[in-house]
Design a protein around this ligand. Structure first.
Ligand SMILES: NC(=O)c1ccc[n+]([C@@H]2O[C@H](COP(=O)([O-])OP(=O)(O)OC[C@H]3O[C@@H](n4cnc5c(N)ncnc54)[C@H](OP(=O)(O)O)[C@@H]3O)[C@@H](O)[C@H]2O)c1
Length: 253
């Protein structure tokens, strides 16, 4: 896609990867509307020059209201990015994990579907546009301390595949961004030294997104091990290796 002239809505752009991609799209010449719940961060982004809209993707009416606001101000909107997500640890030996599972599904999977549903009629009506979904290397290679997170990201992958097939012929393309671990804060860089630097990650992502045709999956080099583990026969060994991280769960300490 041509990243220099898009009108983009990023749901979940108040921090981390979403905020960095908002800045990258804007720097490339695109217009960006940022959505999220934290109004203080939306205010900061508005001060940078972004259009902003408050939205909680777990609230259907709120998503529809945000859609109306975005389209009223930006009728030429041609790109949406479903970045909103929570990444939560769960101990499956403790039934109390269910609340975390419900929140994770509601945000990561149903939230993605709500945002896509809200904007798809507009994009089909334009006859051209791009839906960028956001999964994770963990959707392809589980990280056992985050089971429902992995399930939702595998779900968004499968959903993206079906969505692409259903929108075939409409002019609306579906592109899945598959990040590996990315250090979005200094604290995360300290906790996971293997996490990619946000700046380097964003540069690689924008290079891939900007290619023509738009890739079906945006796969930076650092996620290829996860993405192709099953195909490459490394899956079992890598899951066993990643299971060592279960020691971080409170009940295992
Ligand atoms: N960083 C990584 O290592 C990594 C790796 C693979 C995939 N990912 C995925 O990349 C995406 C961004 O993650 P990040 O690392 O940049 O984390 P982050 O800084 O916590 O960003 C998450 C974003 O989601 C938004 N969000 C969360 N719940 C929401 C809700 N109910 N309604 C609307 N927005 C909501 C947050 O905005 P508000 O709090 O303002 O609502 C925030 O803008 C997520 O989907 C994540 O799963 C991240």
């Amino acid at each position: 896609m041509d990243i220099s002239n898009r009108t983009v809505f990023i749901a979940g752009g108040t921090s981390g990867i979403g905020r960095e991609l908002a800045r990258r799209f804007a720097a490339a010449g695109s217009t960006v509307v940022v959505g999220g719940r934290r109004t203080d961060l939306l205010d900061e982004l508005a001060a940078e020059g972004f259009a902003t809209v408050p939205v909680d993707v777990t609230d259907q009416d709120g998503v529809d209201r945000a859609r109306d606001t975005v389209l009223a101000g930006h009728p030429g909107l041609d790109t949406i990015v479903t970045m909103s997500g929570v990444m939560l640890l769960e101990d499956l030996r403790d039934p109390a994990h269910f609340d975390t599972a419900r929140k994770t599904v509601d945000t990561n999977l149903l939230g993605t579907i709500r945002v896509i549903d809200a904007f798809t009629p507009h994009l089909i009506g334009r006859g051209t546009g791009t839906i960028v979904t956001v999964t994770s290397g963990i959707g392809f290679l589980p990280f056992p301390p985050m089971p429902t997170y992995a399930a939702t990201k595998a779900g968004v992958h499968a959903y993206s595949e079906a969505l692409r097939a259903q929108l075939d012929g409409t002019g609306v393309e579906v592109c899945e961004l598959v990040p590996p671990a990315v250090a979005t804060t200094g604290e995360q860089a300290r906790l996971n030294p293997k996490a990619l630097d946000l700046d380097a990650f964003a540069t690689e992502v924008m290079d891939l997104l900007g290619s023509d045709p738009t890739p079906r999956e945006v796969l930076v080099k650092g996620v290829l091990t996860h993405r192709w583990a099953e195909r490459d026969g490394t899956y079992d060994a890598l899951v066993a290796q990643r299971s060592q991280a279960l020691a971080m769960l409170p009940s295992r300490r």
